[in-house]
Design a protein around this ligand. Structure first.
Ligand code: HPA
Ligand SMILES: [Zn+2]
Length: 328
């Protein structure tokens, strides 16, 4: 069965660093890691919550030192994404996570962007880049980094908000998002992953985001669910991530199909595929077994992903037409 065309809208490029590449880059750059081999590193991928994942995610970034490292990571992701049916990817990166390690903005941005520039020709995957800001760090730092990105003419299409959620409500970043909006950037934010439904409301009303990353905790608030249905707010849901970080007990209990059937504008994405057990196709395949995801559900998810993307109308409609042709 040929893949339906999907847009991957919730993907942290640093979360695509497979253990083999972590070890290879560590060797190449002479970075000492507390693991002797890939097996030992893989054994550490046993998370209890978001923070336990973030600790390893940030620690492994120590191997990313040069433009080539960022380029190699990005190229490996795009090659894999193409095999999953991804035809468009809106890719987040965490500039602060590299700056705090002494890696200049230019190294991360140019390394990633150099590969994105040829992705449509190389893999048939169009791309956009989103700078995600770390909500557990001060807003003043984020403002400086945004200014740095704008000042260097970084090819970013939007800003996002990620990292440890609880205790760091969206409103903490009101000025950052206002500045990004004034610069003409798209706005997205993680909300309602571990944090409460109120953070989803705040991301919409205070930050003015166009999409919510995760948003599953919105289900705790019926009035919010009604609003999200009425306004068709896109929610980029990541099932394997939710189970790996214990936001949801098991995949069989994952609410994504129920969300679709309630009329929510959800799509399925992979978040940090190297850490959570798989890419977009792996998420869809796992849902097929665990919750009976049907071909009709897949078609809806593909359509929702394309409509929630920031693609220009021409390519978006061409990909939607491919979905329609494949589902006849
Ligand atoms: O799943 C995530 N949640 C929050 N922050 C993140 N940064 C990378 N992945 C994640
Ligand atoms: Zn995420």
């Amino acid at each position: 069965m040929t893949h339906l065309p999907f847009a991957e809208l919730h993907l942290h490029i640093e979360g695509t660093l497979e253990p083999e590449l972590v070890m290879e880059l560590a060797r190449r750059n002479g970075v000492a890691l507390p693991y002797d081999d890939v097996g030992e590193l893989r054994a550490a991928y046993d998370f209890t919550d978001l923070q336990s994942f973030l600790d390893l995610y940030y620690a492994n970034m120590a191997v990313l030192r040069t433009r080539q490292d960022f380029a190699d990571m990005t190229a490996a992701y795009l090659a894999r994404a193409a095999t999953a049916g991804v035809r468009h990817a809106e890719i987040m990166f965490d500039p602060q996570a590299h700056l705090v390690r002494g890696v200049p903005l230019e190294v991360a941005v140019e390394g990633i962007a150099s590969v994105l520039a040829t992705s449509e020709d190389d893999h048939g995957v169009s791309t956009l880049l989103i700078a995600a800001f770390l909500r557990d760090r001060p807003e003043a730092e984020a403002l400086d980094v945004l200014d740095g990105l704008l000042g260097m003419g970084a090819p970013i299409a939007g800003v996002g908000l990620d990292s440890a959620e609880i205790g760091h409500p969206p409103a903490k970043f009101a000025r950052l998002f206002a500045r990004a909006r004034a610069a003409g950037l798209h706005l997205v934010a993680h909300a309602g992953e571990e944090g409460p439904a109120a953070y989803v409301t705040e991301a919409l009303d205070v930050l003015g985001v166009e999409r919510i990353d995760h948003g599953i905790r919105a289900l705790d608030d019926d009035a919010l669910v009604s609003r999200l249905v009425a306004e068709q707010v896109p929610l980029t849901v990541c099932p394997l991530s939710n189970v790996a970080l214990r936001a949801v007990g098991t995949l069989a209990e994952h609410p994504v199909v129920a969300m679709l059937e309630r009329g929510l504008n959800v799509s399925v994405h992979s978040d940090d595929p190297a850490y959570f057990g798989g890419y977009l196709d792996d998420n869809l395949d796992a849902l097929t077994t665990a919750v009976g995801l049907t071909r009709a559900h897949r078609v809806r998810l593909a359509e929702n992903s394309l409509r929630a993307s920031f693609l220009p109308a021409g390519r978006r409609d061409a990909l939607l037409a491919e979905v329609a042709a494949a589902s006849d």
